[in-house]
Design a protein around this ligand. Structure first.
Ligand code: ADP
Ligand code: MG
Length: 713
């Protein structure tokens, strides 16, 4: 091997070449998922201890938390009368000493050998006149010197110590020194984004001279992670655009304008802006692939219809696909109403205009009717077809499908969208043009998150609510009295002819348990708090026809209360439902609570949402946030904040994942920079022909884990 060392080279070097790694250590490392030098170097420290910054023993104050670096001086073990084990450890530095007590952790006796350097973190107590920490957090540092010591992810009982890891990393980096570590990024780009070179970054993430150096190293390496993801996403987007011919729709025509003029309200600024964004895509040579994010009630349907009308205007057709029959039917009714009386300018017609035709196709349509619909669809006498996934069955052929709108009310991933996109191309005949695709979601996510998760789509945002809405009032309810007051308010609302949803406790582990708990809630409420009212039950173990039947009864006001698990469909529109009770609300995430709440507040009457927790000592910042705001985008930001330090792939501490350092929360600027850099690189070289190193790193590092992550979130 000659030239600078690439990541691929590092991946080809077995850890056994390192000083001190024999068969036993190699096996232990393999348990960490570390088999080669690249994996070792990318096993970044979990934190760094700065010797000059930590407290000395003489600084410790009883009652306060502190981190100290100490040496183990004496270890002893006792058993109490109640047969509990206590390991007591004398530790100290040059300024003094204290003891640490570990309860029921007998293995500490083996772990904490006399002479070891350890970092201890915990609350300092006073015990028989001396200072003591009980069950402190312990990081072994070994005999490492240097001002800043890396602490590697490790379980306290594993065979590999953090100082061993550090010494192997050091050995590996020393041996790279002569040839140097190759950097795939040109200096101009490093300068532009103020990034340090890769070699020094790898050195500094493990052995920084200062905390600032560590920050800079982290920033560079996180940028690399994000850049790889963005290169894949932007590349995917571009190649789709290159491989597919779109219809150049004629936008700005009379039909769209007629529609907007005829609406009983004026469209919001956000709706106008998004319609323009979509029109620009529709007029372009590539098929649109755009995500429309808008909170529940933000008026996405109007935008979707405007897009479909741009197709109809040019004698193409529009299709609107909903995830369930109920939603398809609801859309059909809503869209028909919006389009009522709208005439399509038509030169071939004696009067210069013709009626617009909208139809519904679901599995409930009879076969005779279905034949008729398919016939009329193929000869283009249907302008807009609304339905479920039944729309994309093979037998369904459009005369000329121009715009597809997919109303998927939850996030869905790259893979699924790619499949949908391909289904989109199957709409037309072989070698024909691909329709434009608009995907709608009611789960807002912050812009930078969208850039990562929906990186292969363009994103439009409806961030303004139509005027004249009565905001939903949200209450945190805790304890017996508050809960019974809540039920009486719910009963009062029902007495006035309104309706209520009750969402049952979420049980993660098992649908079976969840259903059981829903059935129990249903029975209990029916006998007590909501006695005498008409209750319906909805859960995941019911067939879809049973669910639909219950939903319809609720919508037709034959039920007062719908007791349900989270299966109540998002987007279900029952304007008369004004009360939403969520039981055990602290178990739900912010996004989920926001979605649930969005099922009320759809009519003229003011709606209320109660978030119930068992006891008032549960302090939930999530519930607090929901009580304070109904803005989905704001809540999405709070959610991101509350999820804290987690990296993008939160769970992927171990193993091969490439997104180890980058964090959606902390690295927003970096995500934008990586996106911009990726776009520029791809524009100059769409298949990365001249970027062999970058391309190779993507192959090497972006494993199925990331693909799966990107498609799931
Ligand atoms: P979403 O699908 O985004 O949840 P919808 O498209 O169902 O929202 O719209 C919610 C309600 O708001 C509908 O009754 C719709 O007619 C109405 N609406 C949409 N746009 C406006 C607007 N600009 N002004 C007033 N009402 C509007
Ligand atoms: Mg909708």
């Amino acid at each position: 091997m000659t030239g600078q060392i690439t990541l691929r080279d590092l991946a080809a070097i077995d850890v056994k070449v390192l000083k001190g790694v024999g068969d036993k250590r190699k096996a232990a490392l393999a348990e960490y998922g570390i088999e080669n030098v690249l994996e070792l170097l990318m096993n970044y420290p979990r934190r760094w201890v700065d010797r000059t910054n930590e407290a000395r023993v003489s600084d410790l104050v009883a009652g306060q938390e502190a981190l100290v670096l100490v040496e183990v001086r004496k270890v002893s073990r006792f058993t109490t009368k109640t047969r509990k084990t206590i390991v007591k450890v004398q530790v100290g530095d040059e300024s003094g000493r204290f003891s640490a007590a570990f309860f029921n952790q007998p293995w500490r006796e083996r772990q904490l050998k006399v002479g070891l350097q350890v970092a201890m973190f915990g609350k300092v107590d006073e015990f028989r006149g001396a200072l003591q920490m009980n069950n402190p957090l312990v990081d072994l540092i070994g005999d490492r010197t240097g001002r800043i010591v890396p602490i590697y992810p490790q379980s306290e009982r594993t065979q590999v110590s953090t100082w061993e890891l550090a010494s192997w990393v050091e050995n590996a980096l020393e041996r790279c020194r002569e040839r140097g570590i190759a950097d795939p990024l040109p200096e101009s780009l490093l300068n532009e984004y103020d990034l340090m070179a890769r070699g020094p970054a790898l050195w500094s993430i493990h052995f920084p001279d200062s905390m600032t150096a560590k920050q800079n190293a982290r920033r560079r390496l996180a940028f690399d992670e994000l850049l790889r993801v963005q290169l894949v996403l932007v590349g995917r987007k571009r190649s789709f655009e290159l491989d597919n011919t779109g219809i150049r729709h004629v936008v700005g025509g009379r039909l769209q304008q007629r529609f907007i003029d005829a609406l009983p309200f004026s469209i919001t600024g956000a709706q106008r802006r998004v319609i323009d964004e979509i029109d620009r895509d529709l007029a372009g040579p590539h098929p649109m692939h755009r995500l429309l994010q808008g909170d529940v009630g933000s008026g996405k349907t109007v935008v979707a219809v405007a897009a479909m009308l741009a197709a109809v205007q040019g004698r193409h057709q529009g299709a609107l696909m909903a995830p369930t029959e109920v939603l398809a039917e609801q859309h059909f009714a809503g869209v028909k109403e919006l389009l009522h009386g709208l005439l399509v300018p038509d030169g071939g017609n004696l009067f210069g205009d013709r009626q617009l035709r909208v139809e519904l196709l679901t599995s409930r349509v009879t076969s005779e009717r279905r034949r008729e619909l398919l016939h009329d669809l193929a000869d283009s006498s249907i302008d807009i077809l609304i339905g479920t996934h039944a729309l994309i069955e093979d037998a369904v052929e459009f005369g000329s499908l121009g715009v597809v709108v997919i109303d998927e009310q939850h996030r869905f991933g790259v893979e699924q969208r790619a499949a949908l996109r391909n289904k989109g191309s199957q709409f037309g005949k072989p070698n024909s043009t691909s329709p434009d695709v608009l995907v709608m979601t009611a789960t807002p996510i912050p812009r930078t998150a969208a850039m990562t998760v929906y990186g292969d789509l363009d994103v439009s945002v409806l961030d303004e609510m139509p005027p004249g809405r009565t905001p939903i009032k949200t209450y945190a309810v805790a304890g017996k009295d508050a809960t019974s007051k809540m039920w009486s308010e719910v009963r009062a609302a029902i007495a006035q002819g309104q309706q209520a949803f009750v969402v049952c406790p979420l049980i993660d582990e098992s649908e079976k348990l969840e259903v059981a708990s829903a059935e129990k809630t249903f029975a209990t409420l029916g006998k007590a708090e909501l006695k005498g009212l008409r209750l319906g039950l909805l859960h995941g173990r019911m067939s879809s026809s049973e669910k639909d039947a219950t939903m319809s009864r609720f919508r037709d006001r034959k039920l007062d209360v719908l007791v349900a698990t989270t299966v109540i469909e998002v987007g279900v529109d029952v304007p008369n439902a004004t009360c939403m009770v969520v039981l055990d609300a602290d178990r739900f995430g912010i996004a989920q609570l926001h979605q649930l709440r969005g099922r009320v507040g759809r009519g003229a009457i003011a709606s209320r949402c109660w978030l119930v927790t068992e006891t008032s000592d549960i302090e939930s910042p999530r519930i607090e946030a929901l009580c304070a705001s109904t803005d989905g985008f704001y809540l999405a930001e709070v959610d991101l904040e509350l999820r804290g330090e987690g990296t993008i792939m939160n769970t992927a501490q171990k193993g091969r994942s490439d997104l180890k350092l980058a964090s959606l929360r902390r690295d927003r600027d970096l995500i934008e920079s990586a996106r911009a850099a990726a776009s520029r690189i791809i524009d100059a070289d769409p298949s990365l022909t001249n970027q062999t190193q970058l391309r190779d790193e993507i192959d090497l590092l972006l494993t199925r884990d990331e693909e799966e992550f990107l498609s799931k979130n």
